[in-house]
Design a protein around this ligand. Structure first.
Ligand code: A3P
Length: 292
């Protein structure tokens, strides 16, 4: 069951999106020059990337988000491996914020000097799967798989963009000592966003007043972000997104997998993922009523 080359290509064992990333460009990333002040937000897709992109941007640009700044997220926290806007990353002023889905072994090697910062956000993989399934319909360049069961098999086999969820999370966790890294989960952000914002500020060495922290938390809520075109991906052109099929900010909840997966599918999922997940130094929250 190989994925269609129209939608993904393999580079050093990881699936990338053709058209927006090329082998030549990816070859340059290993030596991409890292500054101590750089911040990389790393995630597996559908784990809360845009949410954390927005939070990072709010923390760094506090005071500027007064409704006059017309800079959208892609320009504030651009993708390292998908330089969609052809920005000049080299001459970008510090501190540079980047988002990335790269696996740990393809990250620029300068990140291993443990000075630049990495924020890794993980999410319960069943919610990731369900979010990914819906997103594949909205994202024009993704393979649309109508049947959820078939999509799940592709996800469990890692035959999707960004490859296997387990490899991604496990890779970054098991190599955490090589990086200056903070791990967060989507679920803890849902449960107590303010604490997560404070944790981020602490890690990033940013001192915000109580009022500024409140403003970040307020502007990072699901509804505020959904309504703010600069904080969601509504600006992406029709060649990327078909908004007649849904939105990037879809539900934003914990435990939505329960509304999609049958008991049999959930058990099948567990039979493939459970053993390796239990070894991860992180406890995933499966329901909003559970302790994360
Ligand atoms: P759902 O599809 O479950 O709604 P990514 O940015 O990594 O692709 O992740 C997208 C997921 O994060 C979507 O999940 C989206 O709704 C959710 N999300 C984005 N912003 C959010 C916010 N402010 N609060 C909660 N969830 C958010």
């Amino acid at each position: 069951m190989q994925p269609d080359e129209k939608y993904v290509f393999s580079y050093k064992g990881f699936y990338f999106q053709p058209g927006v990333a090329s082998v030549e460009y990816l070859d340059t990333l290993e030596d991409f020059e890292i500054r101590d002040s750089d911040v990389f937000l790393v995630t597996y897709p559908k784990s809360g990337t845009i949410w954390t992109q927005n939070i990072l941007s709010l923390i760094y640009h506090e005071g500027h988000r007064d409704g006059t700044e017309k800079v959208d997220l892609l320009d504030r926290v651009p993708w390292l491996e998908y330089n969609i806007r052809n920005m000049d990353y080299i001459s970008r002023p510090s501190p540079r914020l980047f988002a990335s889905h790269l696996p740990y072994y393809l990250a620029p090697k300068g990140l291993r000097n443990r000075r630049a910062k990495v924020v890794y956000v993980a999410r319960n993989p069943k919610d990731v799967l369900v979010s990914y399934y819906h997103f594949s319909k909205v994202a024009v360049k993704f393979e649309e798989v109508e049947d959820f069961g078939i999509f799940m098999e592709k996800f469990l086999a890692g035959k999707v963009l960004a490859s296997l969820w387990l490899d991604h999370v496990e890779g970054w966790y098991s190599h955490r000592d090589d990086f200056n890294i903070l791990f967060l989960t989507y679920e803890e952000m849902k449960k107590d966003l303010r604490s997560c914002v404070l944790k981020l500020c602490n890690f990033l060495g940013k001192r915000l007043t109580e009022k500024e922290v409140d403003a970040v938390v307020d502007q990072a809520t699901f509804n505020k972000m959904k309504a703010d075109p600069r904080a969601n991906y509504d600006f992406l052109p029709p060649e990327f997104m078909d908004y007649s099929k849904g939105r990037f900010l879809r539900k934003g909840t914990v435990g939505d997998w329960k509304s999609m997966m049958t008991v049999a599918q959930s058990e099948r999922f567990d039979s493939i993922f459970k053993d390796r997940m239990e070894k991860l130094p992180i406890k995933f929250c499966w329901d909003i009523h559970e302790e994360s």
